[in-house]
Design a protein. Sequence first.
Length: 427
Amino acid sequence: MPVNRSSRKKQAEGRRAGAPAASKSKSRKKKNSLLIYNAVTVVLVVGICFCGYTVAIKKIDDSTAAGIYNAVNEGRTLTAADPDATLAPDQTVQEWNDFPTDYIPPLDAVEDEKPSTIIPPTQSDKEYGYVNQVETIWKLHEEVNPDVVAFIYVPGLKISYPVCQTGEGSYYETHDYEGNPRKAGAIFMSDKSSINPIGRNIVIHGHNMKDETMFGNLKNYVGNNSDFIKMNNRIYLDTLYGSYRYEIFAAYIVDKDAEEYRTVGFASDDSFLNWCNTIQSMGKYTNSTTFTANDRILTLSTCHDSATDNRTIIHAKLVWPDPNQTGTESPSATTQTPSATAPSTTAPTESNLPDKVRVSLSNENGRLNIRKEPSTESGVVVAVYHGTVLKVIGEEGDWYKVMFSESDTFEDGGGYVHKDYVVPESG
């Protein structure tokens, strides 16, 4: 059979013509693959570096936070209680009845100055690792950050921190007690809570840290061990003005928007008592207790977990100083302190009613609260400095009804001051 040389020649020429095009196509594919490979490699390397950087920054941040909090605790070793420990069948919880012999009426307001008497720990306090921190609070308040107003210690939970309070809302969620940016934040008190006098409900917040610092151990109160709250029921709270012991009576988990645990103001004694009974009934675990209108509550709040917006809530009742005890002068007060309840009204007389009074405080840098009503339980209208002159328009018992501004109406520029903190102004 004859060979078609012309056809073969054309085929060979076609193959030679197509070879460079195929080669170029393969080359482009190879280059594209290489570019994708290099891009993925760069992304992975950057991602790894970023993760490493983030971890390193967090470790440095955690280490720095641990350093400043260890310093304020003066190197004391804090240990956490076993969250699974239970009471033996014949074991009972030791009652908290070893209290200091000194007594400070907790319902009274005191002057804005360091207490003249620092209450020493009892033998039981020492066994639980408590150290009075009033001096530390004042040092931090005056030398480091004026927002430091208290110190909280919870034995068995490694909670031993300064407490800050500011009107800037969530500032201390991201700053430590020195005011430095810090992911762990600080332990901080609600701006509506009162420590002078002690409010009916003081609310304190802190982060639930994975390393169990800050309020990271509060979750143990709402775990599966009902004995934990019985075996770890003490909270010590030192403030600028005194030392207080609270006993935990309820722990539960609640939605972050729940109002009950955040309530600090009450319209009446009945509303307060109803609230106390309500929060006790909400407890997953409780230590049964009864309440009076004089009782004072401490509330601790933290995030329950990262997957929900729930909060872990702990409630404790003031057990020392006993808010139901009266008639004992406070060793921390430099002057007679006003009663926590409104005195009986007496009619003013022209013979003893001065035209003006001047605020007179032993601490010349201090301020005096002017109240809406003649009672230390009443809200504060304004705080005025030592030396401020006020116009007197009446009196009710131990209180002067005064004007602190040039306003034409008492509602806009008036209030009540206790007579112990003012003196007649001559001229």
